[in-house]
Design a binder for this molecule. Structure first.
Ligand code: ZN
Ligand code: FE
Length: 256
C-alpha cells in the first residue's frame, strides 16, 4: 500500500472533484463526480483506471457523473444507506460509524446531516484526509436545505474533534465570499484577517484555496466557532448556547 495520492479536479463553475489513487495497486476512486468529462480527462492524462465512486450526498453537482463513469468502468460505488432512494444502484451502503476500505485505505464514515438530510463524510485517518462534501467548507458550511441548524452544528461538532492537521477536502471553491462574510462576524480575528488576505492573493492568481487544514478552520471558520465567546458577543448573543449562535450566524450568511 502506497500513500494516498489526492488529485483535485475542477468541475462545473465552482465544484471540486477528487481523485484518490494508490500507486502500489492502481486503485483510483473519485469523490463526488459532479460531471464525467473532467474526470475522464484527468484519468486519461494520468493513465489511471477508475475503480471506485464515493458519494457524500445526493445533489446533482455531486452525483451527476456517476452514470457515465459507471457505464465506462467496472466500479464499486459507495454512499449513504439512507440515500439509496436517491443515489441509484449503490453497491456498498454505509452509515455512521462504519468503516469503508478503499484498496487498503480505511475511511471512517460520519453521518453529517444538515445541508441535506442524508450526508456523509469520509475520514481517511492514516492519510490525514477528510472528504466532507457540502458539510464543512473552507471558512463556511453548507446551506441548510433539508436539515436544521441543530443537526448541522452536531455534524460539524463531529468534524471539529478530528486531528487539527487533517486536510479538509470540501466540494466547492466558495472561500473568498465566505471570507467576506466571516470578517463581518469575526472581524477582530487576526488569523482570519491574514487568511482572508492570503485567499484574495490565491484567487487573484486563479489558485485553489482548498484543501485547508482543520486547524486553520478551527481558528477562522465562524461556523466552527459558534462556541467561541468573542464570536457570540459579536453577533449579540454573549453567553448563549452554541446552537443559538450557530443559527444566528447561518441566518446572517443566508442574507449576506
Ligand atoms: Zn450539495
Ligand atoms: Fe454541492
Amino acid at each position: 500500500m502506497a500513500a494516498l495520492e489526492v488529485v483535485q479536479v475542477r468541475a462545473l463553475s465552482d465544484n471540486y472533484i477528487y481523485l484518490l489513487h494508490d500507486a502500489s495497486n492502481g486503485a483510483t476512486a473519485v469523490v463526488d463526480p459532479a460531471e464525467a468529462g473532467p474526470v475522464l480527462d484527468e484519468l486519461e492524462r494520468r493513465n489511471w483506471t477508475l475503480t471506485h465512486i464515493l458519494n457524500t450526498h445526493h445533489h446533482d453537482d455531486h452525483i451527476g457523473g456517476n452514470g457515465e463513469l459507471r457505464a465506462k468502468y467496472d466500479i464499486e460505488h459507495v454512499g449513504f444507506s439512507g440515500d439509496a432512494h436517491r443515489i441509484p444502484n449503490m453497491h456498498v451502503q454505509v452509515k455512521d460509524g462504519d468503516t469503508y476500505d478503499f484498496a487498503g485505505h480505511v475511511a471512517q464514515v460520519f453521518e453529517t446531516p444538515g445541508h441535506t438530510s442524508g450526508h456523509i463524510a469520509f475520514w481517511f485517518e492514516a492519510d490525514g484526509a477528510l472528504f466532507c462534501g457540502d458539510t464543512l467548507f473552507a471558512l463556511g458550511c453548507g446551506r441548510l436545505f433539508e436539515g436544521t441548524a441543530e443537526e448541522m452544528w452536531a455534524s460539524l461538532s463531529k468534524l471539529k474533534v478530528l486531528p487539527p492537521e487533517t486536510q479538509v477536502y470540501c466540494a466547492h471553491e466558495y472561500t473568498q465570499s465566505n471570507a467576506r462574510f466571516a470578517l463581518s462576524v469575526d472581524g477582530t480575528n487576526a488569523e482570519l484577517q491574514a487568511r482572508s488576505d492570503e485567499i484574495d492573493r490565491a484567487r487573484a492568481a486563479d489558485k485553489p484555496t482548498v484543501p485547508s487544514s482543520l486547524a486553520i478552520e478551527l481558528a477562522t471558520n465562524p461556523f466552527l466557532r459558534a462556541d467561541d465567546a468573542t464570536l457570540a458577543a459579536n453577533v449579540g448573543l454573549a453567553g448563549a448556547d452554541p446552537i443559538a449562535v450557530f443559527t444566528e450566524v447561518r441566518t446572517r450568511k443566508d442574507n449576506f
